[in-house]
Design a protein around this ligand. Structure first.
Ligand code: HAH
Length: 324
């Protein structure tokens, strides 16, 4: 439906490439590994790389003629503990950390050269609240702010053909949007090889507003970079809603979700010249990271397809839109 506009992707894992294979192959032309290409998954111990599951996902993309995005080379979460420490458990120095980063990026981006066309090089380094630009992290504490530029340089050395992205959430929140813009602009001003901004787009039924999404897209696009929605889902709950009583979504919720998805895809189509891919953080409601997160014991239904992989009202609304 959107083949002429942008790629449509889904996050996958070793279970869903089996349980959702048919759905994925039919509706999606791009995948991202949900967890299997994160630092802790690929290099649990120094110099010991575990590529088996990541390779299986890359082979799935190959088999179905799908594109693949890489996620993610540098992040403060799901990183291995050893990365920041010496053998005695003390913090390593700056040179050692950057050397380890370089070696990891060269190994990983080098291995998937040709198979992965775009990498989330740096994930979530902007502080959510307050005036601080960068989030406190071991990366920042040890290596200082320039770890960000170094990561892009190493990725570019390893795979000069890959499109390199900065990726973050709450990207449509005006305060955080401006900080993301400031960071990426400063990277561009320094001549850092960065080619795109990933808008995670973990949104919900109530926010962000379409106006805030549009303003974010406009502002990021003004940097002359390509944009991708990298982790789209539409939670049924506000972020601070802790209700756990719901066992299935109400008709009203499904209708509101359909309206939201329709508005979102209308907007995305308007920006088809700058948006090159729209990836959902999953494919159907039988599996989502939002089950049990951030509220334990709560299910969620964020996608276009239900638990039986049947199209939901949101899918039909988007399909109608695509026909026009
Ligand atoms: C994303 N973080 C990560 O990029 C992705 O790798 C992970 O699988 C899920 C979501 C978003 C996020 C978070 O992890 C914690 C709080 C808010 C948002």
């Amino acid at each position: 439906m959107f083949a002429d506009d942008f790629r449509i992707g889904a996050a996958v894992n070793p279970l869903t490439i089996q349980s959702q294979e048919e759905l994925l192959a039919y509706h999606f032309n791009s995948i991202t590994a949900e967890n299997e290409m994160k630092f802790a998954s690929l290099q649990p111990e120094e110099g010991v790389y575990t590529f088996e599951e990541a390779d299986r996902l890359a082979a799935f993309a190959q088999k179905h003629g799908m594109a693949m995005r890489g996620h993610t080379l540098v992040w403060h979460n799901q990183s291995s503990g050893w990365l920041f420490e010496d053998k005695k458990g003390n913090a390593v120095d700056r040179a050692t950390l950057l050397e380890r980063m370089k070696s990891h990026i060269h190994t990983v981006a080098g291995r998937y050269k040709g198979g992965i066309y775009a990498w989330d090089v740096v994930n979530e380094v902007i502080a959510d609240e307050g005036d601080e630009l960068l989030r406190r992290s071991k990366w920042l504490d040890i290596a200082g702010p320039e770890f960000i530029a170094r990561a892009f340089e190493y990725a570019h050395e390893a795979d000069p053909d890959a499109a390199l992205f900065y990726n973050d959430y709450n990207e449509s929140n005006p305060g955080k949007r401006d900080k993301i813009y400031t960071l990426v602009k400063s990277l561009l001003d320094q001549g850092v090889p960065i080619h795109g901004i990933g808008l995670q787009a973990h949104w919900n039924l109530y926010g962000p507003s379409l106006d805030d999404m549009r303003a974010a897209i406009d502002k990021y696009a003004s940097l002359g970079l390509q944009l991708q929605l990298t982790e789209l889902d539409l939670s049924m709950f506000r972020f601070d809603d802790e209700r756990t009583d719901l066992t299935e979504p109400s008709a009203e919720m499904l209708e509101l979700q359909a309206e939201r998805y329709e508005g979102i895809f209308k907007l995305l189509k308007e920006y088809r010249d700058v948006i090159t891919s729209v990836t959902f953080w999953g494919a159907a409601d039988d599996y989502t990271w939002l089950n049990d997160f951030p509220v334990r014991g709560r299910k969620n239904w964020p996608f276009l397809f239900d638990e039986q992989h049947r199209p939901k009202p949101a899918f039909h609304r988007i399909a109608a839109l695509a026909r026009h």
